[in-house]
Ligand binder design. Structure first.
Ligand SMILES: Nc1ncnc2c1ncn2[C@@H]1O[C@H](COP(=O)(O)OP(=O)(O)OP(=O)(O)O)[C@@H](O)[C@H]1O
Ligand SMILES: [Mg+2]
Length: 144
């Protein structure tokens, strides 16, 4: 059943649960090398808030550099798969950018964490996962 999904988008914010989501999606992809995987990371514009992608005091440029380093690490990790894979780094509102990415690539599954970097433990879903579950045109696999 799971291999019915041919193009998977993984939403990655470098949180523990997003790492788990990436592993999960990679395991899915290993079941069928026709599955394509797109890992999407969204940088939020820097503003004076407790967290924007976790890099609190960073300038936008530093943030981009750090995100690119992470992106390269992921790309490296993905080379163990025979599948077609891609890592994209976008800027904007994370929920909206993830949903746009799903639509633009005509993906048929999203894999993401229930919570992310800010991780308010009382809430089952963070704002990004909540948004994506509501707006994505396809099933969303929530890792917890
Ligand atoms: N900037 C992002 N880029 C890509 N994926 C993201 C991003 N932010 C969150 N995600 C995905 O959404 C999942 C849930 O994170 P979310 O941000 O909703 O929760 P949170 O950080 O705990 O709470 P909030 O951000 O609402 O304060 C993460 O595990 C990750 O898969
Ligand atoms: Mg978050």
């Amino acid at each position: 059943m799971l291999t019915d999904y041919s193009r998977i988008v993984v939403a990655y914010d470098h949180s523990e649960l997003s790492k788990k989501a990436l592993k999960m999606a990679m395991n899915l992809a290993k079941q069928d090398n026709q599955i394509e995987m797109i890992v999407v990371m969204v940088l939020q514009p820097v503003r004076p808030m407790p967290y924007s992608y976790g890099f609190v005091t960073d300038s936008q440029e530093t943030q981009r550099e750090e995100a690119n380093t992470i992106r390269n690490e992921i790309q490296q990790e993905l080379t163990e798969l025979p599948n077609k894979t891609r890592t994209v780094l976008l800027e904007g509102n994370p929920g909206q950018m993830i949903v746009d990415c799903v639509k633009q690539n005509d993906a048929d599954l999203v894999v993401m964490g229930s919570r992310g970097l800010s991780g308010l433990k009382e809430l089952f879903l963070g704002s990004v996962s909540h948004y994506v579950v509501q707006k994505a045109p396809c099933p969303v696999f929530i890792v917890k």
